[in-house]
Design a protein around this ligand. Sequence first.
Ligand SMILES: [Fe+2]
Length: 175
Amino acid sequence: MSKANNTNGNTKTMEMPRADMGLSGDAVENVVSTLTQALADIQVLYVKTLNVHWNIVDPSFYGIHILLDEQYNALKADGDAVAERIRGYGVPVIGSMGEFLEQTRLKEKAGGQTVGIEALGELVADHETIIRQLRKDIDSCDEEYGDQGAADLLTGQLQKHQDMAWMLRSFLPKS
Ligand SMILES: [Fe+2]
């Protein structure tokens, strides 16, 4: 709940109308918490992907640079979609780097230096961390919280992370 001054200088309460979507209050709280962590993971991976896009040094630089351009733009759109879904429940959404870092399951990586092809392996590992987490979250949203819409959104996200990880793996040396 937030407060704002009206034109008379009096304080009035600005309360968001809660959406009535056939979900209990607890279910909404749990789904929003799940989506918030998913959003934080996307935002951190977005920045990590940009970091590699800028700092990669490799004989395949151009192809990697272009691929990562596509991927950070896709992640930006994905984060936007998740954030706006959270707003659809009638609650505010986190929006600062500090808040994303508090909520993410990923580890940040410093920039300021060039990186080699192994940096793509680190991005793959992050996508896989997200994919494993999303499998649990999809089940929880559907079976525990009864929110098929959230489960569907996260299923779409899972498929996108699988595709991005596959593209990245194609540049890694065969083990
Ligand atoms: Fe660029």
